[in-house]
Design a protein around this ligand. Sequence first.
Ligand code: AMP
Length: 342
Amino acid sequence: MQPTGSLHLGNYLGAMVQWIEMQKTHECIYCVVDMHAITVWQDPKELRHAIRQVTAAYIASGLDPKRSILFNQSQVSAHAELAWIFNCVARLGWLNRMTQFKEKAGKDREAASVGLYAYPNLMAADILAYRATHVPVGEDQKQHLELARDIAQKFNNDFRAEIEAKGYNDGIFFPQPEPVITGPATRVMSLRDGTKKMSKSEPSDMSRINLMDDTDAISEKIKKAKTDMEPAPPANLEELSTRPEIDNLVGIYAALAGVSKQAALDLLISTSTEGPSIFTGFKRALTEVATQKLGPIRAEIVRLMDDPAEIDRVLADGSTRARAIASPILDEVKDIVGFIRS
Ligand code: AMP
């Protein structure tokens, strides 16, 4: 997760909850990617704050930093070192095909940072520095994971002789990281426009619920959330899918309450009334579940943020453990490439 802007309900339901669930089944490494963040301008003070806040949000949402590794990227230099080597493995043509760079750089490509362009190579290093085998990725990161696979394969091919000489008889030094699709991730849409993703870059704060919003703010935002002009609630899931704003609210309710979408729709139908404020009852129920679920998380983030030194200790401990995995792998990479190390 990048430490930029404030985390919102989309980040929480669409990513964080899913990733934290994986600590039950996998040996997990969670990285707050501060080096990725600076590919676009970050105010240093805000960056520092955001790194601690994302860390606090992970812990408040249930990540156990003793069981899993939680750290910030810049503290483990293997990421940067391996990224440089990958800059020399990946081809310009490969990076030219990355759609996220085109979107993020916009019209004035000449003014984009070189880091923004080379970002996928750093992401490949984030994964391969641990010889990680599984990476949970959303739709937007699939292309970058493909690139990481290509880099792994080209590295293995280019240096096959050295890799075999090191005792890897199958010639495979870097495994091909697999994308993990973690169940039906909730795609949370804007509260102002059901066809757009909830996003931190949307100018109107009313479009999103931030993890740091208090009860009043959550209640106000849900009350003002856009619905549609239809006189009756959708009769079934099929009709629901044609009404994006209502669909979004029902989806959010289901995810927060831990019930099926059908159960959330049943509640919507049973609470709806005649007249212009047909969804008031449902919105009240949604506000209740949202504040019940998010209130304690917010309180825990606030509590943790009150002691930044403790957060920094968690990150230092995670970094030490991450380094212990990545350093020997990087040493082998240096040998394979032909560097001399003492
Ligand atoms: P971003 O804030 O765009 O860097 O995204 C961080 C993570 O949150 C990524 O895994 C995204 O796929 C996920 N994410 C961001 N916005 C949403 C959303 N509205 N709904 C679901 N997942 C989201």
